[in-house]
Every structure is written in structure tokens, then in C-alpha cells.
Design a protein around this ligand. Sequence first.
Ligand code: GDP
Length: 439
Amino acid sequence: MFDNLNLKLDKAFKTLKGTGKITEINVATTVKEIRRALIDADVNYKVAKEVTDTIKEEALGRDVLIAVSPGQLLIKITQEELTKLMGETKVDVNIKGDPAVVLISGLQGSGKTTFSGKFASYLKKQGRQVLLVACDIYRPAAIDQLKVLGEQIGVEVYSEPENKNALEIANNAIAYAKKTGKKTVIVDTAGRLAVDEQMMKEIEALKKALNPSETLFVVDAMTGQDAVNTAKTFDERLNFDGVVLTKLDGDTRGGAAISIRHVVNKPIKFISTGEKMENLDVFHPDRMAQRILGMGDVISLVERAQQTFDEDEAKRINAKIRKNQFNFDDFLSQLEQIKKMGNIKDLMGMIPGMGKAMKGLDIDDDSFRPIEAIIRSMTPLERENPDVIDGSRRKRIATGSGRTITEVNNLMKQFGDMRKLMKQMNKMGGAQKALGNIM
Ligand code: GDP
């Protein structure tokens, strides 16, 4: 996410390095570079100009403290201004009513159906009873797609494949939700490839009749400036409450994230970063600004871990680590948990400095495959007692997994090092506890 923008901004800030003071002259080049980086990332020209003018003004007005370099001060100011531009603070979705109705709008292919599933899963985790409603009357495949997602996340999907009246389906669904005690109804609607009058009329009518407590507009961030224009058109007709930016995991240039709030004056509420149901984050302008500037976003990383990790499994593994019994089965289970959290490269980008370090590296979920293949070629006994894996067993495992003996040896070594480290940490923990008892 934002790799290119991040690199360009980094280069821009470097042009200010080594100077003792921020002056009209030395800040000019840097500000110009920042503006160019933003425009290259598809930020609306006017927005880029406005924000860089403010950054410049702010920078000139501030004293450079001894502790920070002018470059660092400028990064801080840029972070503050980007945060303001993206809305300052997060804005929650409004889920009210019995049932609460959430209307999902957007163009076809923007990621509405996928988001509907993710949002249902998100609400379910908060303990809400959710009903998903398939109101795409033009694409029968959309109903099936929603059903598959519903099954995956354990949320019921309401549909009437033969009915071609979206409003009727939605009303029936709401009645059904009332009858079955579902407190939130998410209505996934039909989109078109481009804005068209009939679609707008349909969604307008749905909004008027259903009176949703939240209307969300879903938009593909990869479409750059078009995303901003489509948002404007939808908002004029629908007066939606919030934006969902999807596909921020790809090579998105990021411009939509930065300009949409400013141009449309509606908050971004969620960002979607992949096709997995877990790849959804609440949008925080300050955290996003940090990510744009390559500072990572550890808080979101932890939040995602909290949402995805199976707590019982984490406790079980923790206990095994404490007893120095961590084995290959546990290792495999940990890999599975990490993969559930999302695209590995994206996760790494949430760790400060990591995104830049990993730029150009081709890391994806497949990177775990060789390791998984090797572990899966071990017998249950070997997985549980890694110490029994001698030379001849290693050879057999290599052949069985289709990997080289060197790869098997490397994994064994890494695993051994990991166990040693765990042991040491256990010892240190014990020492600390002992110290705590004395003091
Ligand atoms: P709809 O027509 O608006 O309902 O869009 P879909 O939900 O069917 O999504 C269109 C395509 O984009 C599908 O192939 C989805 O798997 C994919 N998609 C949706 N959200 C994301 C995302 O955040 N990241 C990526 N990489 N793909 C996504």
C-alpha cells in the first residue's frame, strides 16, 4: 500500500536534510517534491496544491528544535496536514433501529458484495445478529457470491432469485429479520459498470423507502481520480454517510484515500485490503497518514491480530512455549493464524520501516508453502518431537516434500534457534518473576 508515494515522499524530505533551519528557500524544493509525489499518486491537483501550501506555511512558522532536523519537522507537519485532509478523526458507522438497516451502494466490481460479507463478519464479531440481503436483481451470480460468503462467515443470506423488484426483496427481508430476531440488515445492491440513470433511480428509491441508518458508498481505490468523481456523483444523488475504499492492497497509488474526504466532504469509514473476510480495517486518518509516510501502523496490526487470532489457540500455544514444548504442529498452526490476518506484505507494511525494507521483494502467502510442505511431510512423531529428526529422516522429508535437503536443514536450524530463544525468554521471565517476588 502506498509504496511509491512513500518512497517519493521520503526522497522529498531528504532534500531538506543537513540544513540547520527551515527557510523560504530551502523548503521550496522539498514542498515542490511533496506536491509532485502527491499528484503522481493521483491526488487531485487542487488538493495537492492546497495541502502543500499549508505545509509550507506551517513549516516556516515553526522553530526547528535542536532535537529534530528540519526534515523530521517537515515530516511531522506533513503527517498532521494529511491527517487533517483525511478527516482528522475516525467516524463510526451509525447502526440504529430495529432492525438497523445498512445500504451498500457503488459501481459494479467496486467490491460491494465482498465488503457486505466483511462488514457482516465485523458486526458479528461484535455480537450482533446480522442478515445479509442480496438485492442485485440483474446478476444472478451476485446472489450465489453472497451466499458463499455468508456460509463462510456463518451469516444468513436472504434472497429471492425470481423476484426482480429490489424494493420488495428488501422489504421482505426486513420483515424476515424482525421475525427471526436479526438486529442488523445489510442490503447489497446492484451496481453498473458506469454511473447510469436507472441505477441511480433504483438506489435512490431504496434509500427513501428503507430509511437506512447508514448508507455506505463502496469505491475501488485503484481507479484513482475516477473514484473521487464517482463518489461526487453518488453523493449528489444519495447523500451517503460514509465511504468504503477497497483494493488498497494492490498497487494503489493512494490518491483516492487522500482526496476523497476533502472533495466530497464525507468521511471514509472502512478500508478493504484484500479478498479475505478479515481484510477490513476501520479508517483512522492519523494512522493512514503514518502509513503514507512509511511510519507503519502498529495499532491496526494489533487490532487485526486481536480480531483474527483464536484466543484459545493462542493460550494453548503460549502454555506450550512456557513448558518448552513448542513443536512443528504448533508452528504450522501459527502460520495458519498469520495467514488469516491478511496478505503478508501488507502486514509487514504495518511495521515501521518494514514497508520500505521490503519494497521490491516478492513476498506473498505462497512464501510459506515450502515450509508448510516440509512440515507436512513429517510424521506425527517427528512434528511432536523435532529432536528425533536425524540425517536419514531429513532426507526422507526432503524427498517427500519435493524440497532440497538444504531447505530442510535450514528450517530445522531456524526452528532450533526459535526454540532456544523461547527457552531463554522463559528463563528470563522466571528470573524477573523471582526478582519481582524479592522486591
Ligand atoms: P461488486 O460487483 O461491487 O459486488 O464487487 P465484488 O465484491 O464482486 O468484487 C469485485 C472483485 O474485486 C472480486 O473479484 C473481489 O474478490 C475483488 N475484491 C473486492 N474487494 C477487494 C479488495 O479489497 N482487494 C482486492 N485485491 N480485491 C478485492
